[in-house]
Structures are given as structure tokens and as C-alpha cells.
Design a protein around this ligand. Structure first.
Ligand SMILES: C=C(O[C@@H]1C=C(C(=O)O)C=C[C@H]1O)C(=O)O
Length: 373
């Protein structure tokens, strides 16, 4: 397993709430007009728990001729939001010019979008433009589910001296994303937090869901996966929004949504002594079961190797269609009787089979190829 990346971060970062509550970022997809920016900001200010106001000034769009943001003039509206509401303000930067203009305008937090994270040249350009500041920066996951690319962008910022870095999980685009706009691939977020526990990870349910109906379940799931905050697109009148109309909510509905999310803590509530024992006991049983599982896998792997030797001696193919078809049917039936989910069981069986085939391939081919070499 590759070593965990070493990122030098501030523990008292502006991206982490001192009281342990989740960092909540809200605001319109795009700044469209001074009125829209200010009305949305005042609506958001009234909602308890929102920490940062977001608005896109430069909008990367898939096709040309759609609204591409108001550009530099919008920055002074964000300045006004800051002055009138006291909320910190954030915007997306996608090149060095955006960084310089945002720094000049006193933007508090910047984020790097998914389409920028994919390009190390651009990320480096942004990191270099930020050198010498310690402004908080959030890095959205790249469009494709490449954890190394995501981590690489964070490392580039960190190596430029930035120490208040966070990440945003906004999902991944593939050909068929239904029912989402971007597939959450929750495992990526789980692995990100395992590798970089010191980097706050914020979920962006708006871009994962792509519609208002899915926002709440996505936000709840993110919170239950111990993520550190939420970024939710909020517009004073989503029906007339110039971008992402289907996924934005009114400040009023944002307030309702935040009130209905259950925020749980990794360590849970204060527990009585006996509750701790109960959890410890259950975890001990899980440990024992996992140990047994590893030993069973090892025994199975040894048998696969022996079968490989038999096949080599008798000139048999590795893959045995009928046998495998029978195994799938039997094991799924067994799993069903034990109340296990079929999709889960099938994916476990497929991994086991793949490994078994690899082991036999070693026996049938690799040893021979090595001897020839
Ligand atoms: C182990 C064998 O080889 C392959 C692997 C299997 C397995 O791991 O269960 C089953 C069938 C084959 O595709 C076998 O032929 O029995």
C-alpha cells in the first residue's frame, strides 16, 4: 500500500469550525447581479450555522454561448456581502488572473473547480499565484475518479506554502450518471479521508444530485460518512437562475434542509461506560470474523494454486465456465438464504474469482515465461 501523503496543515484552519460543527458554505452557483447576490446573502445570513458565502464569478461551462459569469465587476458585490453580513466570501479560481483579482478584492476563501483539478499545469499556476499568502483554498475532486490527481493538487498548494487547505467532494462524471448529475462514488470520499484525515472534506450535494429532490439524502449520507461540511448552492429565486437552476434552493429551503439533517459526531454522544464496552465487544467479534475470513481466503488461494498445477499438467484452460456458473448460482442462493444482498455477494465472488484466475495464470504462464527469459 502506498504511504499516506504528508501534508503540512494548520490545525486551527479557517476551514474548520472550532466547536466541531460542520463547515457550511452556501450561495448562488453564479453571481448574476448585485440585487441577486445581496438578496441571497441576506437570506443566508438569517440561517443559523452558515459560515461562508459562495458565488461563482468566472464559470467554466461545458459548451460556449452559455452564461460564463459576470467576471471582475462581481467581486465588489462579494465585498459588499462581507461588509453587510459579516459572512466570509468564497469564489472559484481557474487561473492566475482569477487569483490576483480575488486577492485584490479581499476574497476570504478560494476553491479550485473539478475541471481545473484535472490539469496539473493550471493547478501549479494557481499555487504559484497564491505563494506568499495563506488564504484558505478548497480543492474539488477532479472530474474523473483519480484520487492521486486530487491529492496531487493539494500537494502543489501545500508545497507553495498554503496551510489552510480543504477538499470538496462533488462527484464524478461518467457516461451514465443517473439518478445523479455526478456519481458520488462514496468510496473515493471514504479513501480520501483515510489517506488525508487532517484535510477537512466538504461535500457538495448540489453537484452530486443535480436536482433539489436528491439534495437532502446526499447531504445526510455525506454527514454520516463523517465529512466535515457541506457546500449547497442557494439562490434567492432558483427558477430564474442563469446556471444550475434545477439544483439550487432558496435560502428558506436551505434553512429547512439544514434543520432536518442529523449531524452526528465520529465519537458519538457522551457514552456511558457500559455502552463503550458493548461497542468494544462487537468490534472484537468483527476483528475475529475478519481474521477468519483472511485465513479462509488464504486456504482458498492455496487450493487455486494446486488446481493451477493440475490444469498445467493436463493442458486445461484456467477459466471453467460451467463450474463457475454453478458456483455463482449456489453461492448466491446460499447468500440469499442468509439475508445477504445479491449485488454485494456477486461483487465479492467476482473479486475472488479474478484473484483465483490470477494465481493460476502465474502457475500456468508466468513460471514458464520466467524460465524462458
Ligand atoms: C479453481 C478453478 O479455476 C477457476 C476458478 C474458480 C474458483 O476460484 O472457484 C472456478 C472455476 C474456474 O473458472 C477451477 O477450475 O475449479
Amino acid at each position: 500500500m502506498s504511504p499516506k501523503p504528508q501534508i503540512d496543515v494548520l490545525t486551527e484552519s479557517a476551514l474548520i469550525n472550532a466547536d466541531g460543527s460542520p463547515l457550511i458554505i452556501a450561495g448562488p452557483c453564479s453571481a448574476e447581479s448585485e440585487e441577486q447576490v445581496m438578496a441571497t446573502a441576506h437570506g443566508i445570513k438569517a440561517i443559523p450555522g452558515v459560515n461562508i458565502y459562495r458565488a461563482g464569478i468566472w464559470k467554466p461551462r461545458t459548451r460556449p454561448n452559455s452564461f460564463e459569469g459576470v467576471g471582475v465587476p462581481g467581486l465588489k458585490w462579494l465585498k459588499k456581502v462581507k461588509a453587510e453580513t459579516g459572512l466570509r466570501v468564497a469564489t472559484e479560481v481557474a487561473n492566475a488572473m482569477h487569483v490576483y483579482e480575488s486577492l485584490k478584492a479581499g476574497i476570504d476563501v478560494m476553491w479550485i473547480g473539478a475541471r481545473t483539478t484535472v490539469n496539473p499545469f493550471t493547478v501549479q499556476e494557481i499555487a504559484d499565484a497564491l505563494r506568499g499568502t495563506d488564504i484558505p483554498v478548497l480543492v474539488k475532486n477532479p472530474v474523473n475518479p483519480d484520487l492521486q490527481l486530487w491529492i496531487g493538487a493539494i500537494e502543489r498548494l501545500n508545497q507553495a506554502g498554503l496551510r489552510q487547505i480543504g477538499a470538496i467532494h462533488r462527484g464524478f462524471s461518467t457516461f451514465d450518471n443517473a439518478p445523479y448529475r455526478n456519481l458520488p462514488k462514496w468510496n473515493s470520499a471514504i479513501e480520501f479521508k483515510r489517506l488525508l484525515p487532517e484535510i477537512p472534506l466538504i461535500c457538495d450535494p448540489s453537484h452530486i444530485a443535480g436536482n433539489r429532490e436528491l439534495l437532502l439524502p446526499v447531504a445526510q449520507k455525506a454527514m454520516d460518512l463523517a465529512m466535515d461540511g457541506l457546500m449547497i448552492e442557494t439562490h434567492i429565486d432558483p427558477s430564474v437562475a442563469l446556471s444550475d437552476a434545477a439544483q439550487q434552493v432558496t435560502p428558506e429551503n436551505l434553512g429547512k434542509m439544514l434543520a432536518s439533517i442529523r449531524f452526528r459526531k465520529p465519537e458519538g454522544e457522551e457514552l456511558a461506560e457500559e455502552d463503550h464496552h458493548l461497542l468494544d465487544e462487537m468490534r472484537k467479534q468483527i476483528d475475529e470474523l475478519d481474521d477468519e475470513m483472511v485465513e479462509v481466503f488464504a486456504r482458498r488461494a492455496r487450493l487455486s494454486r494446486k488446481i493451477g498445477e493440475y490444469k498445467k499438467a493436463h493442458n486445461m484452460t484456467i477459466y471453467q465456465v460451467k463450474r463457475w456458473d454453478q458456483i455463482i448460482a449456489d453461492r448466491l442462493e446460499h447468500a440469499r438464504k442468509n439475508g445477504l444482498d445479491e449485488t454485494f455477494m456477486k461483487s465479492v465472488l467476482q473479486s475472488i474469482h479474478q484473484y483465483s484466475i490470477n494465481i493460476q495464470n502465474d502457475v500456468l504462464n508466468k513460471q514458464e515465461q520466467a524460465a524462458k527469459a
